[in-house]
Design a protein around this ligand. Structure first.
Ligand SMILES: Nc1ncnc2c1ncn2[C@@H]1O[C@H](COP(=O)(O)OP(=O)(O)OP(=O)(O)O)[C@@H](O)[C@H]1O
Ligand SMILES: O=C(O)C1=C[C@@H](O)[C@@H](O)[C@H](O)C1
Ligand SMILES: [Mg+2]
Length: 190
């Protein structure tokens, strides 16, 4: 099949991937962008570039509030682009102001069960919010606090243990035409 038939319905609209740490936003974002022939950006990577240091170091040296400011700044710049897939950081949904930027594109929530997140993140040391705490309890708490926010996305993709990144991208591409039908670009940007 000609891949372009998959995504004509997007009409150049950017895609924002939302979801918890470890949900696969960065991994899938890159794959999805290739399928869509879109550019790909990852807000965490851009923040590290702007700050000239790792996220772990930004949290340690300047605190989470500074990280969140940089996050909004990077998002604001990306939101004016078209034909772009953007992997956001897990906490992008926290600031109400960020929603005015996220709403410029199609927002997709990668909904991954807690057990899978724990499995994926137990060896990881790059995520400061998961440092020196009981990983499962911390993730559970964050998920509880954020679930309602992620649920504001235009599309929810439920991920199971057996879903490979390629399979999830196919699920997204299949769902896009349906969700885009109800998408109103003139929706409230506030
Ligand atoms: N479908 C999948 N199956 C198996 N492993 C996966 C899948 N998707 C992602 N992973 C793995 O899970 C880990 C976390 O993925 P990734 O970094 O893409 O998450 P993220 O959503 O970008 O997290 P963060 O919000 O912290 O940036 C990586 O090691 C990645 O290889
Ligand atoms: O869920 C979060 O709050 C975070 C997720 C990561 O992507 C990074 O943006 C950072 O580690 C914070
Ligand atoms: Mg990521």
């Amino acid at each position: 099949m000609d891949n372009s038939t998959d995504f004509n319905s997007l009409r150049g609209l950017s895609v924002f991937l939302l979801g918890m740490m470890g949900a696969g936003k960065s991994t899938l974002g890159e794959l999805l962008s290739r399928r869509l022939q879109y550019r790909f950006f990852d807000t965490d990577i851009l923040i590290e570039r702007v700050a000239g240091k790792k996220i772990r170091e930004i949290f340690a040296d300047e605190g989470e509030a500074t990280f969140r400011e940089l996050e909004t700044q990077v998002l604001a710049e990306l939101s004016s682009l078209t034909k772009t897939v953007i992997a956001t950081g897990g906490g992008m949904v926290l600031k109400p102001m960020n929603w005015s930027y996220l709403r410029h594109g199609l927002m997709i929530w990668l909904d991954v069960p807690l057990e899978i997140l724990v499995k994926r993140l137990k060896q990881d040391t790059s995520r400061p919010l998961l440092e020196s705490t009981d990983l499962e309890s911390k993730l559970e708490l964050l998920l509880e606090q954020r679930r309602g926010l992620y649920a504001e996305a235009d599309l929810r993709i439920v991920v199971s243990d057996l879903d490979t990144p390629a399979h999830i991208v196919e699920k997204i591409l299949t769902a896009i035409p349906t969700v885009i039908k109800d998408f109103h670009p003139e929706r409230d940007h506030n």
